[in-house]
Write a protein that binds this ligand. Structure first.
Ligand SMILES: Cc1cc2nc3c(=O)[nH]c(=O)nc-3n(C[C@H](O)[C@H](O)[C@H](O)COP(=O)(O)OP(=O)(O)OC[C@H]3O[C@@H](n4cnc5c(N)ncnc54)[C@H](O)[C@@H]3O)c2cc1C
Length: 361
């Protein structure tokens, strides 16, 4: 019986394990590995950070999903890969001091997601908070309310570095969810974006609408502003101006997790695993990658963006390809369709563009 191991139960990996378990669970062993016991939908992390969502209530248990959809779940962190033996090494059971576990595979799918990229900006890694996981979002929430408590009558300054989807959504959500608190305290949220406008990957009209909406919520928007350094209590921009900030949230870009660069597979400058149109690693035909950790480049339209809809479409594609693959058959080719995107600006507003049929990439 063939063993297909999927590492990472995020937007792409969980969907792949579920679909593959449903289709192929009877004649293949499908195993999902994740470092956490449950799945939380990453695009909602800004609502956890602002305190408007309880992650425990919205988490999906991997074990329950596995038992209902014909796959196995193993909780653990992938530490390394042995391509000759076709094994991966996982952290000890329950995170204890025991021996590391070794898991064999016939086919391996890496769906490891992404982590924040600090671009080497001094102090950013040490002082800025991130939104890479539920733990990060909860840490932001705790720090925010602690800062409000400590500030007393003084202002609470929050700097959000990066005016892309994550930064804009967090600014709007934080402003909305702290409205009652803001009556008692002076909460100042500033979004800093080095480009000429917010949401650089979106249509200019939508970006301007988002900026107007944030300003109407009282959020300060500083475009054409590069952050040169982050300190414990401030950020300094490239003109040397110091902006006070008890909290700095870094949302200025992502890269693949450092593990990707240690696996001996070909990666790009963001450590993303290079894959062909069948989502196979350039370095090993038994290894696939999808979602944020993969670098799939369409010869016509370029690299697929790090978005949940890419991870979802790649999971659908791989479920069909891995379940139906037979020796000697020409491999299926992945095509990404961009169905547009929506940026949430709190509970009652959003900007975005939806395309009906999607534009093929
Ligand atoms: C605040 C925010 C808002 C967003 N909004 C949108 C949006 O509106 N639309 C959109 O399309 N996209 C959005 N995104 C991006 C979207 O969340 C990602 O593109 C998507 O989650 C990528 O899916 P993935 O499966 O590649 O990785 P992820 O969903 O990040 O999952 C990766 C999984 O791998 C696991 N993992 C990582 N390393 C290991 C290891 N070594 N061992 C075991 N497990 C490991 C992690 O625990 C995690 O479960 C947003 C992201 C954020 C942070």
């Amino acid at each position: 019986m063939e063993t297909i191991v999927i590492v990472g139960g995020g937007a792409g990996g969980l969907e792949l394990a579920t679909r593959l378990g449903n289709i192929a669970g009877a004649h293949s062993r499908v195993v999902l590995v994740d470092r956490w016991p449950g799945h939380f939908w990453k695009p909602l992390l800004h609502t956890v950070a602002s305190g408007s969502c309880d992650p425990q209530a919205d988490e999906l248990s991997f074990s329950t999903q596995a038992s209902e959809h014909g796959f196995e779940f193993i909780q653990g962190e992938m530490l390394c890969l042995d391509r000759t033996q076709q094994t991966i090494t996982l952290s000890p059971q329950d995170g204890g001091d025991g021996a590391c576990r070794v898991l064999g595979y016939d086919k391996l799918v890496l769906a490891l997601g992404s982590v924040t990229s600090f671009y080497g900006v001094p102090g950013a890694q040490e002082h800025a908070l991130t939104l890479d996981s539920v733990a990060d979002a909860e840490a932001f929430r705790h720090r925010f309310f602690a800062a409000c408590h400590q500030a007393g009558n003084s202002p609470v300054n929050v700097a959000i570095v990066g005016g892309g989807a994550t930064g804009v959504e967090l600014a709007a959500e934080l402003s909305n969810s702290t409205r009652a608190l803001a009556l008692l305290q002076n909460i100042r949220i500033t979004v800093m974006e080095r480009g000429a406008g917010l949401l650089p990957h979106m249509d200019g009209i939508q970006a301007q609408r988002a900026e107007r909406h944030l300003r109407s919520l009282g959020v300060a928007v500083r475009t054409a502003t590069s952050v040169a350094a982050v300190h414990a209590d401030a950020v300094t921009d490239s003109h040397g101006q110091r902006h006070p900030a008890q909290l700095t949230l870094w949302a200025a870009g992502v890269q693949a997790p450092p593990l990707c660069a240690r696996l001996g597979l070909s990666v790009n400058h963001q450590q993303k695993i290079l894959v062909d149109a069948g989502l196979r690693s350039f370095s090993d035909a038994r290894i696939y990658a999808l979602g944020d950790c993969a670098n799939y480049v369409c010869p016509v339209k370029g690299a697929a963006p790090p978005r949940a809809q890419v991870a979802h479409q790649q999971a659908m594609f791989l479920a069909g390809a891995l379940a139906g693959a037979s020796d000697g058959e020409a491999p299926a080719l992945f095509h990404y369709h961009d169905y547009g995107s929506l940026i949430s600006l709190g509970p009652q507003a959003a900007v975005g563009v939806l395309t009906r049929a999607g534009s093929g990439l």
